[in-house]
Design a protein around this ligand. Structure first.
Ligand code: PGA
Length: 250
């Protein structure tokens, strides 16, 4: 049985003072029935990994460069994340696709770099509001999945996060039918490409305004294997009930 996963993406939030959130999570979830991952800003990875070393809590990065090292001022590579104590990295988040013009091809290169460094890659896909309104959602997802996912991807080294851009940080969430349509579609695409057993091993996360009040409803949707949580991952008060909701759905 694959374990479900709840991942927190702190984005550009958090200083040393925020590490108390991790301490509370570690104290609250000593033997969780699901995987728990927090992706703090890169400046906190070493301390976060140190704090969670003897706990089930895992630490991840929010991006990495496609090269292992070199003259790329300001960038961080996958081996550096691993060396700092990360076990995973979020790649192709819509904020990076938009702010930094990241293409599917670049995301695929980064995913390969993450795999080479033994990091689990969490690949984000999702349509804009204009694309949804133009009934292009499934086409956008198919295109992103096809080109952002290298052939080396497996359920062990890769997680897929469906994050409709219009639901991120807005408080809006798709209907359960909309989430299920996309998650079923992603599973079918994985089946076509990797075969039925391998496709089943991938964890599919939903992301976009997940909060304590809607988590149980989202986790009851077939083919939803967890969540990628932004704003509600910043405090243990919000994140912990989401973890518990996923445990209850497992
Ligand atoms: P949100 O962000 O939970 O704040 O909507 C989700 C994400 O961007 O991963």
């Amino acid at each position: 049985m694959k374990r479900k996963l709840v991942a927190g993406n702190w984005k550009m939030n958090g200083t040393n003072a925020s590490l108390t959130t991790l301490q509370t999570l570690i104290a609250t979830h000593r033997n969780p029935a699901v995987d728990i991952l927090i992706c703090p800003p890169a400046t906190l990875i070493v301390q976060a990994a140190g704090l969670s070393a003897d706990s089930p809590l895992q630490i991840g990065g929010q991006d990495c460069h496609s090269a292992a090292s070199g003259a790329h001022t300001g960038e961080i590579s996958a081996p550096m994340l691993a060396d700092a104590g990360a076990g995973a990295v979020i790649l192709g988040h819509s904020e990076r696709r938009e702010d930094h013009n990241e293409s599917n091809a670049l995301v695929a290169q980064k995913v390969s770099a993450a795999h080479a460094a033994d990091l689990t890659a969490i690949i984000c896909l999702g349509e804009s509001l204009a694309q949804r309104e133009a009934a292009q959602t499934l086409d956008v997802i198919a295109e992103q999945l096809r080109h952002s996912l290298p052939d080396t991807a497996t359920g062990a080294n890769t997680v897929i996060a469906y994050e409709p851009i219009w639901a991120i940080g807005t408080g809006l969430t798709p209907s359960t039918a909309q989430v299920q349509e996309v998650h079923d579609f992603i599973r079918a695409l994985l089946r076509d490409r990797f075969g039925p057993d391998a496709a089943q091993a991938f964890r599919l996360l939903y992301g976009g305004s997940v909060k304590p009040s809607n988590a149980a409803e989202i986790f009851a949707i077939p083919n939803v294997d967890g969540a990628l949580v932004g704003g509600a991952s910043l405090t243990a008060e919000d994140f912990s009930p989401i973890v518990t909701a996923l445990e209850n759905a497992s």
